[in-house]
Design a protein around this ligand. Sequence first.
Ligand SMILES: [Zn+2]
Length: 342
Amino acid sequence: MLLSNGPSNQIKTSQKLPLVDLHRHLDGNINVATICALAKQFNVSLPSYNTNELAKYCQINDRTSDLLSFLAKLDYGVSVLGDYHACERIAYENVCDAAEQGLDYVELRFSPNYMAKAFSLDLDKVVEAVILGVKRGVSELKIEVNLIGILSRSYGVKECEDELNAILSFHKDIVALDLAGDELNYPASLFKQHFQTARDKGLLITVHAGEADGPKSIWQAIDLLGAQRIGHGVAAVQDKALMDYLKGNNIGVEACLTSNYQTGTYIDTKSHPINKFIEHGISVSLNTDDPGVSNITINDEYALAKSVVGLDETQILYLKRCGFEQAFMNDEQRLKVLSAIS
Ligand SMILES: [Zn+2]
């Protein structure tokens, strides 16, 4: 029985399961109307200032050729972050959006460097603004939120050091560290020291791996960076020993079906290995990645898992249970989330 395979038994099998999203980029989920409004405020040139027209540029309707083409779609959103109020605003709107989609708990991840680039903002102040926006949202809405800081590997080792320092300045308000960006050209081995420093400060670790590169990238994320969860991890299916290791060490996989199709990681969603992860007993959660850019909700992803991948009700419940178990929540948040849905 799959439901008994989870790493903890905090949820009774009969209990309603919370809806969670653990892999959600807040800087990949900026409302198109907000992009238009901020562009006008900060005199940023865009292909259109009409929401419907601009959506054609900054959202993906079918797919892109590869990960880097996908990531280019995110650039519109961060290009309009002209001051710290704008950063606070999009963080707040992300919490509102998550609550509207019915999420009981969400982990929002963001790259301070990526958000700061267009207007050369101060990294510390960007982090502070994001935390303020999230706190405002949580104080108004019935949802629990944790923040994950991202190192954007594509900017290189030195810039990631600055980014890490900004994240660590606020380590009490940030639960984990992630590595994202150009996986092929910036391997995990370059960032070993960054992640050691973060772990010493008590941050948990999740790493984008096995999305654009093969199984060796996932091994590196685990062995060199101390990853407790893997973002995407689709390439793990090519390596039986890795599949066994993920299961045996309870390393969670954060699956993102639509995103993986749109980045060209898989030829079609039906071929996604999520069902193989489930059959293998690996802890796998279902997530959105960049819902604003992909133009999806978490419920769309569950619908896709059922109708296209063909998962049955037991497997859907398994994904939900794994999401709750993998979450980087403290005990107090866990109890809050459970009591909110019971
Ligand atoms: Zn991601």
